[in-house]
Design a protein around this ligand. Structure first.
Ligand code: 2AM
Ligand code: CA
Ligand code: CA
Ligand code: CA
Length: 266
């Protein structure tokens, strides 16, 4: 086991190096012109940069850790039907709309899983140079500084994050607007989970996220005592899309009750 941990420490160092290399590439490409395409609908963008960053990780993994598998948003996920062994769950650019329109507020997200358990987490805010990282049992960090365990909190003193579109879809979210201190929306799931892990947000809520949106952030949250489940309060499975409530553990259940329990406080 000690040997395995040592090896995984090396995997973490290597992942960080590649993330920084990919970030330099992204920043360089951002200044030039790159192809932008829509995927399923106008809210869903992909660029050549997303695809090239995923190809970069695929190549690096096959050279350096040929037994590791990659589950990335831009195609490599199709090979992955289970989480046996070591699987890197990658979102090459999370927040592509922000990348294209704002040239900021996007992240590279990686969760490295061993036999289905998150061991290593990375969420890198490329433009702010903020690297959130974690190693199982060894805590979470922001640019090398340890992140404290999440403190006791109450919903009426909490800042929550979700997209406007979700409120149109389910007006029960309106209750959260009334019962919280404020609502924010960044459009970059991995970073919003990292913000929950670092206390900048108290909860992040979404109706439809894939494993690559949440794997890195989930690993971070585990290390600071955060709680992340689907809307039914069930564990996340990292093989399918699902709803998400990623929150300070003191308000997580209250959020579910506020949304779904009609008799609960209005
Ligand atoms: P993406 O930028 O990698 O696509 C936007 O609110 C957040 O939700 C982003 O993290 C975005 O990830 C994610 N997301 C997941 N599925 C999406 C979809 N079908 N369309 C737009 N954003 C999606
Ligand atoms: Ca996408
Ligand atoms: Ca994403
Ligand atoms: Ca993406």
């Amino acid at each position: 086991v000690t040997k395995e941990v040592e090896t995984l420490e090396k995997v973490k160092q290597q992942a960080e190096e590649w993330i920084r290399e990919a970030a330099l590439y992204i920043k360089k490409e951002m200044k030039g012109s790159f192809a932008v395409n829509t995927k399923a609908h106008q809210h869903d963008l992909v660029t050549d940069v997303d695809k090239n960053v995923e190809a970069f990780f695929l190549e690096k993994l096959s050279e350096t850790f040929p037994t590791h598998r990659l589950m990335g948003e831009e195609g490599s996920f199709e090979q992955i039907k289970d989480l046996s062994g070591i699987v890197w769950i990658l979102d090459p650019i999370d927040g592509t709309i922000n990348f294209v329109h704002q040239e900021s507020n996007f992240a590279i997200s990686i969760g490295i899983f061993l036999e289905g358990e998150p061991i290593i987490g990375f969420v890198y805010d490329v433009m702010r140079d903020e690297l959130f990282s974690s190693f199982k049992g060894n805590g979470a960090y922001l640019n090398g500084e340890p992140l404290p365990k999440l403190p006791k909190n109450a919903l009426n003193e909490s800042i929550l994050s979700f997209n406007a579109g979700w409120m149109l879809k389910d007006r029960r979210l309106e209750k959260l607007v009334h019962s919280s201190r404020g609502i924010r929306s960044y459009g970059v799931a991995a970073l919003e989970m990292a913000y929950v892990a670092s206390g900048r947000l108290d909860a992040y809520i979404s109706f439809n996220l894939a494993p690559w949106d949440i794997a890195g952030g989930y690993a971070l949250l585990q290390e600071v005592g955060g709680k992340a489940t689907n809307f039914r309060g069930e564990a996340l499975n990292f093989l399918e899309k699902d709803t998400l409530i990623a929150a300070n553990p003191w308000i997580h259940d209250e959020i579910i009750n506020t949304i779904y329990n009609q008799d609960n406080k209005q």
